[in-house]
Ligand binder design. Structure first.
Ligand SMILES: Cc1ncc(COP(=O)(O)O)c(C=O)c1O
Length: 450
């Protein structure tokens, strides 16, 4: 038996016992490792890569900006690069969202949004409003504030003593309705759960509600029923609660519309966006907000009591600007809708594997949930590590996917997220699905034997 390969260097890896091949270069939808092996990036890393790898217009913009000015601190200067990107984002976002706050990480951006909501409430004379309600089966980041708002038991468990308790409501999870209802019995109980919780907590204490339009990392592309977010917005407005849309995964065309909320014509008060914003070329995120939020701070105390070293970074802004230009020039939002339809149809053939419980998604944002028993929807024992087994086997076969667990109840449940670059072709989707088909066959046999 050969010894397992290890990375013997000084990097503190996520899973120190796992072997990570060295990614050497990337082009289009492919990453190549140092041994020359090619991987189809079927998940854009962690739902990051939208325009594809190795776009030369982006590296040219990067060099141009770096040779002009790479850094100026946001407390001292503005830059043309940040101004230009902000106006592009405002044009890309729904009407009424007219100011953009820049950050370098998603968790940082989520915490910025909730602090901004809190300061907005203070500025308008409502200092009792501070609570942020979020949902179970959700992910908003790993820093302590963002993790407290996330609804994933496995990721929160170790850190609970360090976190502040915040209210969570039931997810919009039709495949496993938290209210035990069939689709024909549904009256959007999961949306009404927000109203109940606001009333229990006291509307005067609630500042904002935070949700992903289509849940990503914790359950695998959970698309809510039509009407859900319209109802949520109505409830938020009734109780004077801000709606924050976490579009870190679903923004920038990933689901076939500019933003996930656009599927239901709901305009949130704030949008948190990242990942596809720079398509992985640089770390940059932003919070796009309604004028009223910005103006309350401007006309009130005059300063948002917040800030990070790399907010408004000119180099990152220029890179994201070039990414947005590419996205628009190549009509990639529309392509995501078209190719997404093709992907969802192509994935249907995977139902031939008994453990494929639910295949769902919108645009090029798809999820496959696995079950031990299709009738009862019983998940696999987490000890089987089914999602990792599948992702590792697909990786060996040259396909990158984004696995996750805990969707069913926070601990149990396995799924796979698929989110290839928006430039993917039908032929390449067929290749992806064939590799998944082979992978599922291999793993079914293995799990059957276990
Ligand atoms: C919906 C959502 N929000 C926030 C985050 C946190 O982003 P980051 O990992 O950059 O902190 C993620 C990360 O995957 C996410 O999927």
């Amino acid at each position: 038996m050969t010894a397992p390969r290890r990375n013997n260097d000084h990097v503190f890896y996520r899973s120190p016992r796992k072997f990570y091949p060295t990614a050497e270069r990337a082009e289009g939808i492919y990453i190549y490792d140092a041994e020359g092996k090619r991987y189809l990036d079927g998940s854009g890393g962690a739902v990051v890569v939208g325009i594809g790898h190795g776009v030369k217009e982006v590296s040219e913009a990067m060099t141009r900006q770096a040779s002009r000015i790479a850094f100026a601190h946001g407390s001292q200067f503005t830059t043309e690069a940040a101004i230009e990107l902000a106006s592009k984002l405002v044009r890309f976002a729904p009407g009424g969202l007219t100011k953009v706050y820049f950050l370098s990480g998603g968790s940082e951006a989520i915490e910025t949004a909730i602090k901004m909501a809190r300061q907005y409430q203070i500025e308008r004379g409502k200092p009792s409003k501070y609570k942020v309600i979020s949902r179970w089966t959700s992910y908003h980041g790993n820093t302590l504030g963002a993790l407290a708002l996330s609804g994933h038991t496995g990721r929160r468990r170790h850190y609970l003593p360090l976190m502040q308790h915040t209210p969570h409501i039931a997810p919009a999870y039709c495949y496993r309705c938290p209210f035990g209802l069939l689709p024909e019995q549904c009256s959007l109980e999961c949306a009404h759960d927000l109203e109940k919780t606001i009333l229990y907590e006291g509307p005067d204490s609630v500042s904002a509600f935070l949700a992903e339009p289509i849940v990503g990392a914790t359950a695998g592309a959970l698309v809510p029923r039509d009407g859900y977010f319209q109802k949520i917005k109505e409830i938020c407005d009734r109780y004077d609660v801000l709606l924050i849309s976490d579009e870190v995964m679903t923004g920038m065309g990933r689901t076939g519309k500019n933003f996930g909320m656009d599927h239901w014509n709901v305009v949130p008060d704030m949008i948190v966006v990242g990942k596809g914003l720079s398509s992985g070329y640089t770390p940059i995120y932003s919070v796009i907000v309604k004028a009223a939020i910005h103006d309350a701070i401007k006309e009130g105390s005059g300063t948002f009591v917040h800030g990070h070293t790399y907010s408004q970074n000119p180099l990152s802004s220029a890179v994201a600007s070039a990414v947005m230009d590419y996205l628009t020039k190549h009509d990639l939002v529309k392509k995501s809708a078209q190719m997404g339809q093709y992907l969802l149809e192509a994935l249907q053939r995977l139902y031939r594997h008994a453990f494929a419980g639910d295949i769902r998604g919108r645009g090029l944002f798809a999820g496959i949930e696995f079950v031990k028993d299709r009738k009862t929807k019983a998940p696999f024992d987490p000890k089987v590590k089914l999602n990792a087994l599948i992702a590792n086997r697909a990786f060996e076969k040259g396909l990158i996917t984004y696995p996750g667990g805990g969707g069913a109840d926070g601990v149990n449940g396995d799924h796979l997220l698929l989110a290839p670059p928006l430039i993917i072709t039908e032929k390449e989707i067929d290749t992806m699905v064939s590799i998944l088909d082979e992978t599922f066959a291999d793993v079914s046999r293995e799990v059957g034997k276990a």
